[in-house]
Each structure stands twice: as structure tokens, then as C-alpha cells.
Ligand binder design. Structure first.
Ligand code: PHE
Length: 454
């Protein structure tokens, strides 16, 4: 029996859902803390360059593979490369990476629910900035609370994905993404009035390459993949729900620009707090939770603004987590003929269990010696391995596939269908066949110390 594949209800619905996947904790939580740990402006510049010359071209490549095959990752590769069995493995790498990311994404998103509730209880009242900052440390060490919110968030994700593509994803994304962007913009304008703003702007926008390590270069690459949701088959799967008349290159540029813009606005809103109150930029994963409440506490209507902000934060995390779960579900349905319900439950429970060690990373209740052995706690290890290694590797293989193995005519046809940007075809082909693979390989070789330069 062949099933008619479900398609996006409308063009704007598709853009909003893809933007919903892209904009999320990556821009608001991960980018600012990575930027602080990797020395500021040089990291931002690299992130921007990687997004423009590598990320967006890969994003376009994934949409093309998805739409051309009308399948999810594993089947897409077997369909488009019928002579070789090995490309299926890339699909499996994507699935595995999605699992890892969803597992810890849900823990962080769970903390945002916790912050929404704390905001409602006006938790910053009468506290100094350092005392507000210290609350995050307590949360990080509280295993039970972290696991509890992780569970709640995963249940929300599962509930939405269970509802199906159009009803679930599209509906929510259309309302919530713009709402958050409006609030962000307002907060950014407020942050410009803080005394630390110009120092922050200099820190973020002025590239000082002496502060950038080789790991920083790899992290910037991974960061660009993470915010665009590429290298793990999500955009590919979303592309498979796309109709033929839609404009693939344009979608790539729109999403790429939105995610870079949101990341930079988020940083411009968070770093003024750091410089105004004398915090350290290298706070690590808690950065956004330590700084934003300090900002909110200074505003009139703290309880209201802070609560609304964290509720929206939860929602944009949801629009990303549902995209992660959707890839897993779409694949399991297609590969094993499972019902949607079975696929959703299996993936949701799996990712929940895998997230538990992350939720316990701060308390040290599990894997006590992890940090001493691996140099990073469990959470940071999963975050680093999946984002800085597995996503770039997945993306690299994707462009090698589309540039060198997929039927050339089909690739060009898909690129050109529905777009007016026909002149970009050759530039894009050059980027995905030569520039992007070579650049990614060089970054990896440099990080593995196979080659070194200064
Ligand atoms: N792009 C999302 C974000 O920035 C995270 C994500 C990564 C979502 C990979 C799906 C896949 O938050």
C-alpha cells in the first residue's frame, strides 16, 4: 500500500515550521555561552562565515534531497543512491545524532519551564545580581528537579508530535515564533540603555583572533550547524513534505538570516548584563539563566515580563524539539511500518531515558568521575560530541553525497524549480562540491592535530 505523503498546508506554514526548528535554544542559550567561552568577536565572525558559505548551502542541499526523494533520511539515501548500500548509514548517523540532541535539549528546555514558574513566584525580588546568578547553580545541582522538568517537557513534545504534521507543528509555529521575536527586540532595545552595552557590543562585534583556539573554530562550525538544524536529517525530512513549486534557495537564505540575526540579538541582550554587573563571560551552559533574570529584575513589571519571556522560551524550544522527534518518528514509521503512536512513544521514552544522565550531571549522582576522566561533565560531553563532531560530520557526508553521488540533473532541477535565483546555482554547486567539504575537512584535521597552523 502506498500512502499519499502529507504536505505542508501553506507556504508560510512551511517557512514558520522550518524557522521554528532553527530558532530555539541554539540562538538563545547555546550561542551566547559558546561565544563567551570562545573569546567573543572572532567566534561570531567565524560563525557568520560558516553559516553563509557552508551552513546555508547544506541547508539547501538537505531540502533538495528531501523533496527529490519524498522520503525520510534512511530511505532517502537508498532511493537516491540505489547502487550503493552504504549511504543508508548516513541516515542512521543522523538518527543517532537526533536522539542524542533531543535527550539533552529537553533537559535545558525543562529548566526554562522551571524559570517560568520561578518568575511567576517573583524569585528575583530583593536579591542582588550575584544571588540571582547563584540560583542557577542550585538548580544545576538538583537532580530531582531537573529530571522532573525534563519529563514534563518531553511529555509536551510527545503530545504535539503525536498530533501529526499540519495540525501540530504548523499551528504552533505560526503563532509563537513571531511573538518571541517581538519580545526579543524589545529586550534588545532595553539592553542598549545599560552602561555595559558598548563594552558588550565591542566584545561581540570586534574580532580578536588571538582569543580563538582551534577548538573554538570547530565549535563555531558546530554552532552554525546547530542553529540551522542541519547535518542530522531534520531539514531533509521537512523538505520531503515540501511541494514542488516552493523556492528552496530562498528558504535557505531566509532561515539562515533569521537564525544569525536572532543569535546576535540574543548576545547583544545578554552580554550588556555581564559587563554591567561584572560577571565573567565564560560562565558556560548556565549563562542565559544567570544573566537574563538580572535584566528582568531591573525592568518595571518584572514578574510579568520574565514569566512571559520564559513561557515563550519554552515554546520556541518546543518548536525545535518537535522537529527532532519528528525525524525519529518519520523514520521509524517508514522503516519498520510502525504506527505513529508506537514510533512516538518509542522515541520519546528513549530520549527521555537518555536525558537522565544529563539531568544528573550537575548533582554528581551518576558518573561521579566523569569530569575527571573526560575533562567535561556528562552534559558538556554529549553537547560537545553531538554538536561539534557529529553534526559537522553528518553535514559533510550530506554534501559529498549531493555534490558527487546524486544524479546531477535531478539536483539542478530541484534547485531551479520554483526559484528566481537561478544565477546562484553555479555558486551553490561550487560551494557544496569544493569549498564546503574542503573547509569542513580542514577544520576537523586541525582539531584532530593531524595538521597544525597558526
Ligand atoms: N536549531 C535548533 C536551535 O537552535 C536546535 C536543533 C538542532 C533543532 C538540531 C533540531 C535539530 O535551537
Amino acid at each position: 500500500m502506498t500512502q499519499q505523503r502529507e504536505h505542508w498546508g501553506s507556504k508560510i506554514g512551511f517557512i514558520m515550521a522550518t524557522a521554528g526548528s532553527a530558532i530555539g535554544l541554539g540562538s538563545l542559550w547555546r550561542f551566547p555561552y559558546m561565544l563567551g567561552q570562545n573569546g567573543g568577536g572572532a567566534f561570531v565572525l567565524l560563525y557568520f562565515g560558516f553559516t553563509l558559505f557552508i551552513g546555508i548551502p547544506i541547508f539547501i542541499a538537505e531540502l533538495i534531497i528531501g523533496r527529490a526523494s519524498q522520503k525520510s533520511v534512511v530511505k532517502a539515501y537508498s532511493e537516491l543512491a540505489p547502487k550503493s548500500n552504504h549511504w543508508r548509514l548516513l541516515g542512521w548517523l543522523n538518527i543517532f545524532t537526533s536522539f542524542l540532541i533531543l535527550s539533552y535539549y529537553s533537559v535545558i528546555a525543562g529548566w526554562t519551564i522551571n524559570y517560568a514558574l520561578m518568575s511567576l513566584n517573583n524569585f528575583t525580588e530583593g536579591k542582588t545580581p550575584s544571588a540571582i546568578k547563584a540560583i542557577y547553580e542550585i538548580l544545576y545541582k538538583s537532580a530531582d528537579i531537573s529530571v522532573f522538568w525534563h519529563l514534563i517537557f518531553m511529555l509536551m513534545t510527545v503530545g504535539i508530535v503525536y498530533g501529526g504534521i499540519r495540525k501540530g507543528i504548523e499551528y504552533w509555529s505560526r503563532i509563537l515564533t513571531p511573538a518571541l521575536l517581538v519580545i526579543l527586540l524589545g529586550l534588545f532595545f532595553y539592553a542598549t540603555t545599560l552602561p555595559g552595552f558598548s563594552q558588550a557590543a565591542h566584545y561581540i562585534l570586534y574580532p580578536d583572533f588571538s582569543k580563538l583556539s582551534t577548538e573554538g573554530v570547530l565549535n563555531a562550525l558546530g554552532m552554525s550547524f546547530f542553529t540551522l538544524s542541519i547535518g542530522i536529517g531534520i531539514i531533509l525530512t521537512y523538505g520531503s513534505y515540501m511541494k514542488t513549486q516552493e523556492d528552496i534557495p530562498k528558504t535557505g537564505f531566509i532561515i539562515g538570516s533569521i537564525s544569525v540575526a536572532v543569535s546576535i540579538f540574543a548576545a547583544l541582550m545578554i552580554f550588556p548584563v555581564i559587563f554591567t554587573f561584572g560577571f565573567e563571560p565564560e560562565q558556560g551552559a548556565g549563562l542565559v539563566f544567570k544573566t537574563l533574570p538580572v535584566l528582568f529584575a531591573k525592568l518595571p513589571g518584572t514578574t510579568f515580563i520574565s514569566t512571559i519571556f520564559f513561557i515563550l522560551f519554552v515554546f520556541i524550544a518546543l518548536t525545535s524539539s518537535i522537529s527532532l522527534l519528528e525525524v525519529l518518528v518519520a523514520n521509524f514509521i517508514e522503516l519498520f511500518n510502525w504506527t505513529r503512536k508506537k514510533a512516538v512513544l518509542f522515541s520519546g521514552i528513549g530520549a527521555f531515558l537518555l536525558g537522565i544522565p544529563t539531568a544528573l550531571a550537575g548533582s554528581g549522582d551518576l558518573f561521579k568521575n566523569w569530569q575527571d576522566i573526560y575533562g567535561k561533565d556528562f552534559f558538556a560531553t554529549i553537547d560537545y560530541t553531538s554538536c561539534s563532531w557529529m553534526m559537522p560530520l553528518g553535514g559533510l557526508l550530506t554534501i559529498i553525497f549531493i555534490g558527487w553521488f546524486m544524479d546531477k540533473r535531478l539536483v539542478q532541477e530541484e534547485f531551479l524549480q520554483g526559484t528566481k535565483m537561478t544565477k546562484l546555482l553555479h555558486i551553490w554547486l561550487f560551494l557544496i562540491k569544493w569549498f564546503a567539504p574542503i573547509a569542513v575537512i580542514l577544520v576537523i584535521l586541525q582539531q584532530t592535530k593531524i595538521i597544525t597552523w597558526n
